[in-house]
Design a protein around this ligand. Structure first.
Ligand SMILES: C[S@@+](CC[C@H](N)C(=O)[O-])C[C@H]1O[C@@H](n2cnc3c(N)ncnc32)[C@H](O)[C@@H]1O
Length: 265
């Protein structure tokens, strides 16, 4: 195992507790396979399936509307009405909902929360999951208003979430390191990296987060097909090349694209 992919999670220590559902052991006999039961193709299939699209639409209806949310709802409705059950589409929202639905994570880390849209998907699908969100909380992001963490807390409350919600304010390139110094054994069953979209910044965030995912855990990376961020697909490929224990699934044919990866051992 390379130093960069060294497991840093308490949950991996002997006797440690694994939070998510993605594990199999035969019990007394020999375990022939790696302990993971659900790989990226299962998660990806649900992320792009009508069940997720309907669930995401329902969450979007709960949330305070903004331009992009309204556009996304219209896009999802049009795709489903026009192409019915055959239509396949995935993005950060459907990936978050599907991964949380199948994995039932106990802990979720998100870099780049903004209005809490993707975090609300996790909170809806896994209401008992502790949520930790990192953001700079600027008043505007990409030309759109970002009302801040007070709005996010209200949005998460609407989902029926019943576990811890924590915000870490500031530049993730500083605050992630500080967070992991304070919590050296911290690991996350599910994580989303959607903060700094520069090539170096996104790579740095992924490098910090990947070692904090236990076997069976999942990381989601947004915007791999975003026309304004053409570097991100390469950032994702290089990050996974440096962390051989992960297997990924990507969707880049519609929208801004999304990737997810499961730690297989
Ligand atoms: C694309 S938005 C996140 C959207 C959210 N994940 C969703 O889908 O609902 C990106 C967010 O990352 C935050 N961000 C950008 N650079 C950051 C950094 N270096 N540290 C922390 N947050 C950052 C921005 O403030 C913004 O709120």
């Amino acid at each position: 195992m390379s130093a960069s992919s060294k497991i840093l999670c308490e949950a991996e220590k002997p006797g440690g507790e694994v939070g998510h559902a993605n594990r199999f052991s035969g019990g007394a006999g020999q375990d022939y396979y790696a302990p993971v039961l659900c790989g990226p193709s299962t998660l990806g299939a649900l992320a792009a399936a009508p069940e997720s699209l309907r669930a995401v639409l329902a969450v979007l209806e709960l949330l305070e509307p903004d331009d992009y949310g309204l556009y996304l709802s219209g896009f999802l409705r049009a795709g489903m009405q026009t192409f019915g059950e055959h239509w396949r589409y995935a993005d950060i929202c459907t990936a978050c909902w599907a991964a949380a639905r199948l994995l039932q994570p106990r802990s979720y880390l998100e870099i780049g929360v903004r209005r809490g849209r993707s975090m609300s998907m996790v909170a809806t699908a896994a209401p008992r999951c502790d949520l930790v969100g990192f953001d700079l909380w600027p008043p505007e992001y990409a030309g759109m208003k970002s009302p801040g963490k007070e709005l996010v807390a209200r949005e998460i409350a609407k989902t029926g979430h019943r576990a811890r919600l924590e915000f870490v304010d500031g530049d993730s390139h500083v605050t992630l390191g500080e967070y992991f110094s304070r919590n050296p054994g911290a690991c996350f069953d599910l994580a989303t990296v959607d903060g700094d979209h520069t090539e170096d910044g996104a790579a740095l965030d992924l490098a910090q987060v990947l070692p904090r995912i236990p076997a069976g855990g999942v990381v989601i990376f947004d915007d791999i097909a975003h026309p304004k961020h053409p570097c991100l697909a390469g950032v994702w490929r290089r990050a996974l090349a440096a962390h051989a224990d992960f297997r990924d699934w990507t969707f880049d044919e519609l929208g801004f694209g999304v990737a997810l990866a499961v730690r297989m051992k």
